[in-house]
Ligand binder design. Structure first.
Ligand code: GLN
Length: 324
């Protein structure tokens, strides 16, 4: 006689909640957030202002790959700065920690994501979660393999999502036409010899990664891949080494929300990364990937409703890593 098995496998969700309970909670949260109409669409990338500002979607992915979605989850949006943790990871995978950290430090800035001041002072980007550090990472990847870098980067993002991802050319062109500040950052990086001469190649790669189109489900699965130490939980494929997933999570914790990373750690307490398209992905190591998307932003460039949703879930589910 085989041993009797428990009739129901233990729940992957916090507090032993059932999937139906979590689904109901996500649906209720989206409904509760809809009347919140604060914040602004980003004006500096023209194409990003041409979106439905009222859209709102949530997703969670458990460590064993169960995915729950709520709200306008079928709408696509661009990855923007949520690409940065993974591009940093690819640089680590290809070139190793030593080579990468000759080009970028691991300190929070206390400045906006597109700041130039700390670069001017210390001549090295503070971390890979801000534009200067991310452009340095793109330059490194482009320099290592000018012809293959884009295919390799898009390939990694497709593995992370578990489906082929593509860029929206209109968003990339729109950003390139207005990327004066990023160009200034790149030239300053060139001046301090952090990057080489191919400024256009580095910026094209950087802008391409920002213009990759995703849905909120993709963000949750990408976050869950970090939660699983680099293994994509729905395909079972190892995309990143465990050591590099750890490096990424450390920097998302200290730098992922730029100059509001301190408040985020205090109020939410889990590593996260936002993008100016209104997405935020967040990771509970070993347990969960969470994602929110709603396009209107606060002054730091983070989705207002997205932050509210993740804050509410983290508090209700007791997710803060600092809870004893
Ligand atoms: N593509 C955007 C930029 O370079 C990304 C910024 C962001 O998402 N915070 O400004």
């Amino acid at each position: 006689m085989p041993d009797p098995q428990p009739a129901v496998a233990s729940s992957p969700w916090p507090g032993g909640r059932s999937s139906a309970q979590v689904q109901a909670q996500l649906d209720a949260l989206v409904a509760q957030l809809r009347p919140e109409r604060g914040g602004e669409l980003p004006g500096y990338i023209p194409e990003l202002a041409n979106v439905d500002g009222d859209a709102c979607a949530l997703a969670v992915c458990s460590a064993d790959g169960e995915l729950l979605l709520a709200g306008d989850h079928a709408q696509a949006f661009s990855l923007q700065s949520m690409s940065k943790p993974f591009v940093y990871a690819q640089a680590l995978e290809l070139l190793g920690r030593e080579a990468v950290h000759r080009k970028v430090d691991v300190e929070p800035t206390g400045e906006a994501f597109n700041s130039i001041v700390e670069l001017e002072e210390d001549h090295l980007p503070y971390n890979p979660m801000i534009n200067s550090g991310a452009i340095a990472m793109s330059a490194l990847l482009h320099h290592a393999d000018p012809d293959g870098a884009w295919a390799r980067l898009r390939g990694m993002f497709s593995q992370l999502a578990g489906r082929a991802l593509h860029i929206r050319g209109g968003i990339a062109r729109s950003e390139l036409s207005a990327s004066h500040r990023n160009r200034a950052i790149a030239w300053l990086l060139r001046h301090f010899e952090v990057i080489g001469d191919d400024i256009d190649g580095a910026l094209l790669l950087y802008t391409g990664q920002c213009a990759l189109m995703v849905e909120v489900a993709d963000l949750a699965v990408m976050a869950a891949t970090l939660a699983r130490g680099g293994v994509q939980p729905r395909t079972g494929e190892r995309v990143l080494s465990a050591a590099h997933a750890r490096d990424v999570l450390a920097l998302m914790t200290t730098c992922g929300m730029y100059d509001s990373s301190g408040r985020w750690a205090y109020e939410v307490g889990i590593p996260a990364k936002s993008g100016v398209s209104g997405g935020i992905l967040a990771v509970v190591p070993g347990r969960l990937g969470l994602a929110a998307w709603s396009p209107r932003l606060d002054a730091h460039g983070h989705s207002l409703r997205g932050q509210a949703a993740l804050r509410a879930l983290a508090q209700d589910w007791g997710l803060s890593l600092f809870t004893v």
